[in-house]
Design a protein around this ligand. Structure first.
Ligand code: ATP
Length: 226
């Protein structure tokens, strides 16, 4: 459903991506891995049109999207849960959810079923939620757009173990439901059981792609640092 071929991207004069390839099949969970600063967030930003690719191709559901503005890429069916959550602090949980709604299977009721805590806190300002609840809200907001592909950038970073477990359980449920996922996360023991395929980035290039069971200790030591 998504094919990224040879993309390059820069922040001003500083080039961050030098050739990233990535293929995601429909209904699969794809893990994007690599050490800090290797280009994971930039790859996601390029896919979403936030830091547009200057070279290479991005094809989503048969359509070339690399040249599209970010709102059109979102409308084409790519939902992003950005690093750092970014909910509207002064809107309630319910208002945050409604703000991104587009017709489809995901609505306030189905999101509340996935994350019952959001229902309990429906009338509360987003700013008053815990970090984990804000992350659930960020995922809920992205789901409300009814994306064909949901992208999550470090969705469990800095959260307590019980909340992390809840979020991973939700991601497993989404996958079981057929949702296509692109997940950036640093915790291999959490991401690998969920992933159907992995891509490793090293200094702005994709250096390895394959199923999780083909990921050797040698590769993880070399490129992920564990
Ligand atoms: P992390 O796990 O730390 O988030 P990452 O793999 O997501 O790392 P990126 O954030 O994509 O890596 O960064 C790739 C490169 O681009 C790094 O060299 C980084 O310093 C640089 N970079 C990222 N954001 C900017 C920016 N806004 N301006 C300039 N350079 C940037």
């Amino acid at each position: 459903m998504l094919s990224v071929q040879g993309i390059e991207a820069s922040y001003g004069a500083a080039q961050a991506l030098f050739g990233v390839d990535l293929t995601i099949e429909a209904g699969q969970a794809h893990a994007l891995m690599g050490r800090n600063g290797m280009g994971k967030t930039t790859t996601i930003r390029a896919i979403c049109g936030l830091t547009p690719a200057q070279k290479g191709d991005i094809t989503f559901q048969g359509r070339k999207i690399a040249h599209l503005p970010s709102h059109k890429i979102a409308r084409a069916g790519i939902g992003l849960v950005p690093e750092g959550r970014r909910c509207f602090a002064t809107l309630t949980v319910r208002e945050n959810l409604i703000a991104t709604a587009r017709p489809g299977a995901w609505d306030v009721a189905t999101v509340s079923k996935l994350f019952p805590r959001l229902e309990e806190r429906a009338g509360q300002m987003a700013a008053t939620l815990s970090g984990g609840e804000q992350q659930m809200l960020a995922i809920g907001r992205a789901l409300m757009t009814n994306p064909a592909l949901l992208i999550l950038d470090e969705a469990t970073e800095g959260l307590a173990p019980t909340i992390r477990a809840e979020i991973w359980a939700a991601l497993r449920a989404l996958k079981a439901d057929g949702q296509s996922l692109l997940i950036v996360d640093k915790t291999l023991k959490e991401i690998l059981p969920v992933a159907d395929a992995c891509t490793i980035l090293e200094r702005g290039r994709s250096v390895w792609s394959g199923p999780p069971d083909a990921l050797t200790d040698d590769l993880t030591t070399r490129y992920i640092g564990v």
